[in-house]
Design a protein around this ligand. Structure first.
Ligand code: ADP
Length: 493
């Protein structure tokens, strides 16, 4: 795309060329076609329809997956209800825990296969899927396995009971990790599940069905149905679903909230974000630059909590920009399966167009654009890591979620001004603060309206630590004891 640099050409950085180091793809055995996973087995969809899922790095069709229509959704919900009533709700916690431990261990054993498939279907670098997504997914199952037989101690003397059938809808940015965030607490608390992965990244969820079979999870406890937004809407509307858990865009989250209003269904929403990464003049600047790069570029910016707004204290603005531009030139963009790759492919053509659209608006509104000059592969969906400077909160790119490797840089003079800018958004999912003063961090963090705040680090997750947002970033928490609360009713409720 056309770019205009801001004239501060980056000091030329020395870039070492490495030989290609691709992770072997053969470990993944793909079938040409996948059915729906209902009642413990793969079945043909009653809709009779299938749709392709692509590798966004080269546009190759990886497989066809079933499209779940109304009858299929109903069949999956009925299987989940039966499993809830006849088996899962009757099992003592310590028995449920055994299944969760088994799932966690099998996932760990098969982690390389899952990492390769996650990168193939989603476009994220293997380093991310291998070191972050898959280990965290199994950690979630381990963590929740530990809770399954201790739930009675989790809520200060109030006895919990499961809700019933949970309908869960997840996005494409962390396909397996979001599945783990949803399924592990639901099962630990005694619920059964119908989960719909995103249409562009269904394959690791389908591979997980093999893990459920290997773990001998009773049929119907987890059902995986593939499809698009319409399938998701059918699941939300199904009268026999007791709880909806959704992660995705704020736009769809609002539709879901309307659809469940006035019903008895419980709801948790984890929606968009426009996080501020705030860097004070007393911060270790090199450390902060690495954190900023990690916060926005290492996952193509496909992270709802991505540090997509950088707030820099004015006194250090020139040095921060110079270092940032230099670091960006060193990013390796390309084959997601290569172990040296930092930035992979954009997940879909639609998402690529959206990112291009926002950067164009940024230019039109007067921002200056600086991009990594790397060569991009000729096929597939790619976008250069980009920095937009000369941005204020009046700019669209500072307000709206872009969900791509695009950083909007703003400046501030005083801590109060930084708080004002950081909170001046309709979102409130996460924030980052870079300072060498602990007292400043503590004072500052309490003023930020964000569910998660990292200090001198970014994008760190732990199953014991609750994650979720304020304002239009949604409500409810996932992870930790707070996350369990979303899957139980307490005595008297
Ligand atoms: P993103 O912008 O991250 O793609 P979306 O909110 O569009 O997020 O999609 C997230 C998930 O929600 C996907 O699994 C998608 O199929 C599903 N979805 C889209 N529209 C609806 C809807 N109206 N009701 C329920 N689920 C939906």
């Amino acid at each position: 795309m056309a770019s205009r640099t801001n004239g501060q050409s980056a000091q030329k950085a020395v870039r070492w060329e490495y030989a290609p180091a691709p992770e072997a793809r053969q470990i993944v055995k793909l079938q040409p076609r996948y059915g729906l996973f209902i009642n413990g087995e793969f079945v043909e969809p009653l809709s009779g329809q299938y749709f392709p899922t692509l590798n966004p790095a080269n546009e190759e069709v990886l497989a066809e997956v079933a499209y779940a229509g109304a009858e299929d959704v109903d069949r999956a919900v009925r299987a989940a209800r039966r499993a809830y009533e006849e088996v899962w709700s009757k099992l003592p916690g310590k028995e449920r825990a055994k299944y969760l431990f088994r799932i966690a261990r099998i996932l760990q054993e098969r982690s390389r296969e899952f990492a390769v498939l996650e990168s193939l279907d989603g476009g994220k670098p293997i380093r991310e899927s291998r070191d972050v997504d898959i280990p965290l997914a199994s950690a979630h199952f381990f963590y929740h396995a530990g809770w399954a037989d201790k739930l009675e101690y989790a809520f200060a003397g109030r006895k919990p009971r499961p809700l019933g059938v949970a309908g869960q809808i997840i996005p494409w940015n962390f396909p397996l990790l979001m599945l783990a965030w949803k399924i592990a607490p639901a099962l630990a608390c005694g619920n059964t599940v119908v989960l719909k992965p995103a249409e562009t990244t269904p394959l690791t969820a389908l591979l997980m069905c093999e893990v459920f079979q290997q773990a001998e999870l009773p049929p119907g406890v987890v059902n995986i149905i593939t499809g698009d937004g319409q399938t998701g809407a059918l699941l939300v509307q199904h009268p026999d679903v007791d709880k909806i858990a959704f992660t995705g865009s704020t736009e769809v989250g609002k539709k879901i909230q309307k659809a469940v209003a006035g019903t008895r269904k419980k709801l948790t929403l984890e929606l968009g974000g426009k996080a501020a990464n705030i860097i004070f003049e007393d911060a270790d600047i090199d450390q902060a630059i690495e954190g900023i790069i990690n916060g926005i570029y290492f996952n193509q910016g496909h992270v709802c909590c991505a540090g997509s707004r950088l707030l820099v204290q004015e006194s250090i603005y020139p040095i921060v920009i110079r270092k940032l531009q230099r670091r960006i030139q060193l990013l390796r963009v390309g084959d997601p399966l290569d172990k040296n790759t930092d930035v992979g492919a954009i997940n879909s053509l639609m998402q690529l167009r959206k990112i291009e659209h926002y950067v164009r608006i940024g230019l039109e509104e007067g921002a200056q654009v600086f991009q990594c000059e790397c060569e991009l592969p000729s096929k597939g969906y790619w976008f250069r890591p980009t920095v937009l400077t000369g941005v204020s909160m009046a700019h669209t790119v500072a307000r709206e979620e872009i969900f791509g490797p695009v950083l909007a840089v703003l400046t501030f003079r005083t801590p109060d001004e930084a708080v004002e800018i950081a909170n001046n958004t309709r979102y409130g999912l996460s924030a980052g603060v870079w300072t060498s003063k602990g007292s400043r961090y503590l004072a500052f963090a309490s003023k930020l309206k964000a569910g998660v705040i990292w200090c001198n680090t970014y994008n760190k997750f732990d199953p014991a630590s609750p994650f979720g947002g304020y304002k239009e970033s949604g409500f409810g928490r996932e992870g930790g004891v707070h996350g369990l609360r979303a899957y139980v009713a307490l005595e008297g409720e």
